[in-house]
Structures are given as C-alpha cells and as structure tokens.
Design a protein around this ligand. Structure first.
Ligand code: GNR
Ligand code: NI
Length: 167
C-alpha cells in the first residue's frame, strides 16, 4: 500500500473529466487500497481518483468514526435525487476551507463494487452529500465552484499566497 499525493486547488488537473473504468481488475483494486490508505491518513471521509491525479471514475468513502466501513464506487451514477440540504463542506484538495453548499439530501446511486458487480444504494443526509461531492470531483468540479465568483477569486488568491509562503 502507498500514500498518494493529493492535488491542491487551484490545479488544472482537478478539472479533468474522469473516464469510465472498463475492467475492474487487480490494478483497480491496488489503486483503491492506496486511495483508502491515503483517505484514512489525511484524514478525510472520502476521496475521488481525480484528487490523486488518476482520471478514472473511482471513489472511496468512509463516514464511520471507526474507519472500518469503507465504501467503494466505480463508475457511479446518480439515478434519482430529491430534497435539499445545506451543509458545511471541506475538501482534502482545499485544506482549511469550509463553506456551506446546498445539495440534494437523498440520492439513489448505481455503481460497480471492487468485484465489478453492479449495485445500487439509497443514501441520505451526510452520506448523500459526500457521494455528490465525490462524483463532482470525477466530473472535474470542486465544491468551491458553488461559491460566488467573488468568493472564488478571493479563495484562489489566498491559496496561491499560502502556497508561495509555504515554499
Ligand atoms: O473529508 C471530507 N469531508 C467532507 C465534509 C463535508 C462534505 C464533504 C466532505 S468530503 C472530504 C474529503 C474530500 O475532499 N473528498 O473529495
Ligand atoms: Ni473533495
């Protein structure tokens, strides 16, 4: 297993569109194991392959306190969604920034598991928010893109400055 490097916003590669996984094999499972290790170490509740510069439709999630409830979604698709929820979001690619985002509060997702088998899941509340946040990453979208253009440009400037000072 290995800890992977997480891309930091702003980075053009966070806006790449992930391709569908055509075959779930040992390479896929190795990547998933590394993504899970990277997510737990960060620590975060989810990680999309896009964030580790792999542009394939793979997500890992674990919203448990015990870090033993790993959920894997390959080629995830939102079938239906309903309701509204406003919640504070953060992102491992935008460290230290927390902003309120509005999303659907129930989603039905279809995806493949680590064995390449299709499943569906109905999620609500925080799990539904996380699934939407991660699927956005696969579509090249970072949660800060829901903020006003003014807030986004201030945020980009702040993060670039912070990065300059860290070097
Ligand atoms: O660790 C994470 N926490 C979080 C909190 C609220 C809404 C979404 C998330 S996902 C985030 C990890 C991450 O960046 N996944 O892409
Ligand atoms: Ni994120």
């Amino acid at each position: 297993m290995a800890i992977l490097q997480i891309l930091q916003y702003p980075d053009e590669r966070l806006h790449k569109i992930a391709k569908k996984v055509t075959q779930v094999n040992d390479d896929t499972r190795k990547l998933i194991a590394d993504m899970a290790e990277t997510m737990y170490k960060a620590p975060g509740v989810g990680l999309a392959a896009t964030q580790v510069n792999v542009h394939e439709q793979i997500i890992v999630l674990d919203i448990s306190d015990t870090h033993d409830q790993l959920q894997v979604f390959i080629n995830p698709e939102i079938m239906t969604c309903s309701g509204e929820i406003k919640s504070e979001e953060g992102c491992l690619s935008v460290p230290g920034i927390y902003e309120t985002v509005q999303r659907a509060d129930r989603v039905k997702v279809r995806a493949l598991n680590e064995q390449g088998e299709s499943f569906t899941l109905e999620a609500e509340d925080f799990l539904a928010v996380c699934i939407q946040h991660e699927i956005d990453h696969l579509h090249g979208k970072v949660f800060v893109e829901y903020l006003s253009p003014l807030k986004q440009s201030r945020l980009r400037a702040k993060l670039k400055k912070r990065r300059r000072e860290a070097l």
